[in-house]
Write a protein that binds this ligand. Structure first.
Ligand code: ZN
Ligand code: ZN
Length: 311
């Protein structure tokens, strides 16, 4: 299943539907057209008024208004809300019409994330930072909704992570990479806090000191118990939001919230990571900045046990 389809199913479940019901409801061209029409009408309107029946009908390529209305009704409970001017809401300004329920909006966003931008590939373009292994230049390539930052010399890939194509819209390559940095940083901050960035379900975290990941001795695995989302990464990227780490860098003029995380070798590789003990698991990272080093020790669930400033 494609990623947008997976997301659409996920959001459909937020709408109180099981995947089969969601597919049945959305597996119809007219309903998809109605959702798309509502999306376009919503983004183009100049106020918050609901979209009227006729405005919606005009946008859908269908000559039979009863047929149109039938499909619109099918969407009502879960994806679309009808705004009616009755009782307390009634007044001269009231417009009767349709608007998205939140799950409907999310489904449409995931289904159409790519089609609205018109672009879905980029690069390779120059990326900031150098290779943690060989010091070579980095380049970024976006294809199949994955962004990869790779070394132009040794081809190691410090970063490989999914990113919705909407991220390309109205952005220069530099702005796109900046948005990608924020996206990934937030995802790992959420995962490290036990929250699945895809479904908000409970995530379990384990630090592994033997891994099958090439070039990586230590890896962090996050697994969502609800949607089975799995993330594997270096230890460091999970510490971008840890207070002692943020403070240490900020006191030396480096803002970890804005500087692309892959420019720090400790965030994307094992280069600054030492396994202190296997049982229990204790892993130490030595984070260098402006001539000082912050030593951070974490346990098997990424809890920070010890912080030591060698400055
Ligand atoms: Zn390299
Ligand atoms: Zn999940």
């Amino acid at each position: 299943m494609s990623r947008p389809a997976e997301e659409a199913v996920e959001h459909a479940s937020e709408a109180g539907l099981d995947p089969a019901e969601a597919f049945a409801l959305l597996g119809n061209e007219t309903r998809i057209e109605i959702l798309q029409a509502l999306h376009l009408a919503t983004t183009e309107r100049e106020d918050d008024a609901p979209v009227t029946f006729s405005a919606l009908y005009d946008r859908v390529d269908l000559d039979d208004s009863a047929h149109f209305n039938y499909h619109l009704q099918q969407l009502l409970d879960h994806f679309v809300r009808k705004v009616e001017c009755e009782g307390a809401d009634a007044g001269d300004d009231c417009t009767e019409g349709y608007e998205f329920r939140t799950p409907g909006w999310k489904v449409v966003r995931s289904v159409f994330a790519g089609t609205f931008t018109g672009r879905s590939e980029l690069g390779p373009v120059d990326a900031p930072g150098v290779c943690y292994e060989c010091g070579g230049d980095l380049e970024a390539t976006y294809a199949n909704e994955m962004l990869t930052v790779a070394c132009t010399d040794c081809r190691r890939t410090p970063v490989n992570y999914s990113f919705p194509p909407g991220g390309l819209a109205d952005r220069t390559p530099d702005e796109f990479l900046d948005a990608f940095h924020h996206h990934v940083r937030h995802h790992y901050c959420l995962a490290a806090d036990g929250v699945c960035p895809e479904c908000m379900g409970r995530m379990e975290t384990e630090v592994e000191t033997t891994t099958a990941v090439p070039d990586r001795e230590v890896a962090v695995r996050h697994v969502c118990r609800r949607c089975d989302n799995r993330l594997t990464s270096a230890v460091g990227v999970n510490l971008l939001d840890a207070a002692p780490v943020l403070t240490f860098f900020s006191e030396r003029g480096v803002d970890l919230t804005t500087e692309p995380f892959w420019t720090h070798p400790w965030a994307v590789s094992d280069v600054h990571t030492t396994v202190v003990s296997e049982e229990p698991v204790r892993v130490r990272l030595e984070l260098p900045c402006a001539g000082d080093v912050l030593s951070v020790t974490v346990d098997e669930t990424l809890d920070v046990l010890d912080v030591d400033r060698a400055d």
